[in-house]
Design a protein around this ligand. Sequence first.
Ligand code: ADP
Length: 351
Amino acid sequence: MVARVKEQRFVDGGGRDDDRAQDETLRPRRLDQFIGQESIVANLRVYLAAARKRREPLDHVLFSGMPGLGKTTLAHLLATELGVGFRATSGPVLVRSGDLAGVLTCLEDRDILFVDEVHRLQPIVEEYLYSAMEDYVLDIVLDQGPNARSVKLTVPRFTLVGATTREGNLSAPFRARFGIQEKLDPYPPGEMTTILNRTARIFGISLAKEGAEMLASRCRGTPRIANRYLRRIRDFADVEGLSRIDADAVARALKRLGVDGFGLDLTDRRILDVVAKNRGVPVGVKTIAVSVGEEERTIEDVYEPYLLREGFLVKTPRGRILGRRAAEVAGVEVPAECANLFDGLEQGEPA
Ligand code: ADP
């Protein structure tokens, strides 16, 4: 069944326009084309079947996880599988209660409303959403002062699918209104290889097994990053006139892209450099953001999760210090002061 797509506005924190358009081309069109996240997909299949059987809207869904792991894709697939309409918006776009009323009243019965960056909704909009999510009514207050009056607006039965990179920033009452909550984790190299092989097939390029495996190990377990690198690698290969992309071609292209053997790019290494220069004194995210010329939010949502997970960086209550693995990164010198801090961390001190 094909979803009726009414509006698609994607906010994915940057990326070139043609890359974003290709993100769309690469989006799996059916749930069985979605690779990995097996337990999440298995659960979703049950909830979808139950909702279809009862002809009820699917319960509200919250997807959390780093950018590029497939939250938007899954939201689309829920609509496709249910054969209902899909409408997309994002937290920062819904500023007033009227914006929300406008979006909700355009929906049809059981449609999916996808709200990207749902943690960035204004508190007032979030509160309006409560009654819409629970009872499909909006209590809109018109006018102010003595003329203020409240109007009850019935909205179609709908499913809110929220996506967030920061689950912790959602208020507890809001989070509790999502009956289905799933956290997407980075993909292991085997699944990333399968995703890359699928992308290569769609692009019509010949990607050697070793090439796919090398790329899979250097893209932070994130399909969007993997697909982006593969596009650039294809550019290099086309210009060099290569008919097959082998491990050598991947290694050369990644080097030109500034991606090292750990999958760290230039910005990652600059972040580690800034922290290293502080010689063991914890560095705040503000300082890091200013030093590398990125927004704080981008540092926290896009770069840090991988650096923290892989042990290149450690978060302490006073800021970030280098993690033990930073010593393995070429060009990043781990000061002796940090080594002492590692010992403290091992005894469970600062963290
Ligand atoms: P998010 O919403 O989490 O930022 P997206 O759903 O936009 O991520 O996915 C980014 C890109 O990665 C899309 O082009 C999508 O096709 C691809 N992708 C993500 N997850 C998968 C997957 N499990 N299988 C195949 N492609 C995927």
